[in-house]
Design a protein around this ligand. Sequence first.
Ligand SMILES: [Zn+2]
Length: 210
Amino acid sequence: MIEDLLQHNKTWAAERVASDPDYFRRLSGLQAPQYLWIGCSDSRVPANVITGLEPGEVFVHRNVANLLHPSDLNGLSVLQFAVEVLRVSHIIVCGHYGCGGVAAAVDGQRHGLIDHWLRPIKDLHERFEADLATLPDARARLARLCELNVEQTVMRVVQTPVVQDAWRSGRLLSVHGWVYGLDDGVIRDLGCTIASNHDARRFRRQPVGE
Ligand SMILES: [Zn+2]
């Protein structure tokens, strides 16, 4: 029932105040998160819950399949605000295995407008087709595509003027690629952390034969 949500909220707020009378006063006075999270909208991957972070500790942007299009005004505005105003030190791109958005991009069906949103994953799939074909089954191929998609979003974040300007001004800012497992609740670090253009050049992944 929808009314239950409001009732749960009242209980939650009262419990917070009971254990820390200044909790909301402090939180409402200052937002200073260290992290920007770019994740999938999937209801099973809530940033705060799976990382153990409290309200105020992570600035969150989520969309279907954790993408960043070069002309995505929403995503780019979040990125700029997080980097230039909140001055986060870490940007985390977190995808997840079994992502319905990633699967929909390559299932050969038509899904409407979302197909346009998912186009970068379709392109990625075509580009890495030979690599993916070496994997044993469809589940493994989807898992790998979820990882490649995170890496691609990491590269897209890095290439934005927002991140480039931050580095040019000497800011310490790292972009991380993670994948969450729906099966076990564990986050894997893909080891593609980029903290400079030197890292980005070293990391750039190429398909076999390219
Ligand atoms: Zn997803």
